[in-house]
Ligand binder design. Structure first.
Ligand code: ATP
Ligand code: MN
Ligand code: MN
Length: 305
């Protein structure tokens, strides 16, 4: 799959309008990048990142001080948020109407660095079709005693199994310890069926290599194994967005990769706020044409509405 030509979503006027106060403030950790570094990173990757987040409910991780423990998840509308940020109501997991937020243009996106936003997490659906998910995330979470090489091998195994189901998997680093295998899905079924289908797929994949995988939560089950976390695929749950930075040392990015390039990554943190913009400008977004590969998930055996 060749990367599609770069489409400009951020204009020169948008870039000229970037505004950050305290540009030299360290945003995460005493020696970490500054608020300006974060703003520059998101400006640089915006044309690649925006297609993946526009119109999806988003949760933002904001870091108001240099102390990592002060970072917090912002799921709802907030005071002073960019005027073009969209806030809308939908039910939370308890069925209560709550406000959620979405980024729907470049200006809102670029304005977020001023609010100390470091991470973007997204739903698997769009606001306008909120109950028809279109991205399945198989979040591979390595337990104690599993190294990066093993996670890479496991992701390649998961890829093959998903292809056996007729699906077209894409891969990104999580920016943390694991890997996310993401599948574009036709908008047809609701969240409960979607979650059930992802659960069954994960169970069947785990059964092909039970010494490597588990689908059971809990640290003890995960020891020396990789947990296939399919619970990202539930309504109001989020997963790290493509190209989001992570609030960790070196500030790595959750980086979409060509499958062929995955094995050449020695450490996920090599893909970070300072290295990724240059790499991406040269290679383009390996996920650019992802929507063209949307398929239906195999029907779950246990039917649920
Ligand atoms: P790693 O590779 O280290 O596992 P990850 O991004 O996959 O990195 P997980 O811990 O597996 O991290 O997944 C946690 C997910 O749950 C995050 O991607 C995020 O979207 C969501 N999440 C975690 N904490 C919160 C929170 N407080 N509020 C909302 N969503 C959260
Ligand atoms: Mn994970
Ligand atoms: Mn997880």
């Amino acid at each position: 799959r060749a990367a599609a030509p770069r489409k400009r979503l951020i204009s020169d006027a948008d870039l000229a309008g970037i505004f950050v106060t305290n540009p030299t403030r360290r945003i995460f950790g005493k020696t970490g990048p500054t608020k300006l570094d974060i703003a520059v990173y998101y400006a640089a990757v915006g044309d690649f990142m925006l297609p993946h987040i526009l119109g999806r409910p988003v949760s933002l991780v904001r870091c108001p001080t240099v102390k990592p423990e002060d970072c917090f998840f912002q799921r709802h509308a907030f005071t002073g948020m960019p005027a073009t940020m969209v806030s809308f109501e939908t039910q939370n997991s308890d069925g209560e109407a709550r406000s959620y937020i979405a980024v729907e243009d470049a200006k809102a996106y670029l304005a977020l660095a001023q609010f100390g936003v470091v991470e973007f997490h997204i739903w698997g659906s769009h606001r306008q079709s909120i109950d028809k998910p279109d991205r399945a995330v198989f979040d591979l979470d390595p337990g104690e005693g599993i190294g990066w090489r093993e996670v890479v091998e496991a992701a390649i195994h998961v890829r093959g199994e998903l292809e056996n189901f007729g699906l077209v998997p894409f891969v990104k680093t999580s920016g943390g310890k694991g890997i996310h295998v993401v599948v574009p899905v036709k908008k047809k079924i609701g969240w409960r069926q979607f979650h059930q289908a992802c659960s069954e797929i994960s169970t069947r994949i785990a059964a092909t290599a039970p010494e490597t995988f588990t689908t059971t939560m809990g640290a003890e089950n995960r020891r020396k194994r990789i947990f296939i976390d399919f619970h990202r695929n539930a309504r109001s749950h989020t997963a790290a967005a493509p190209y989001t930075l992570r609030r960790r040392p070196h500030m790595p990015a959750s980086t979409p990769l060509e499958w062929n390039d995955l094995e050449s990554i020695d450490a996920a943190e090599d893909l970070n706020y300072s290295s990724l913009p240059g790499l991406l400008a040269a290679s383009g977004d390996p996920w650019a044409d992802m929507d063209d590969f949307a398929r239906e998930l195999p029907a779950p055996a246990k039917a649920k509405k």
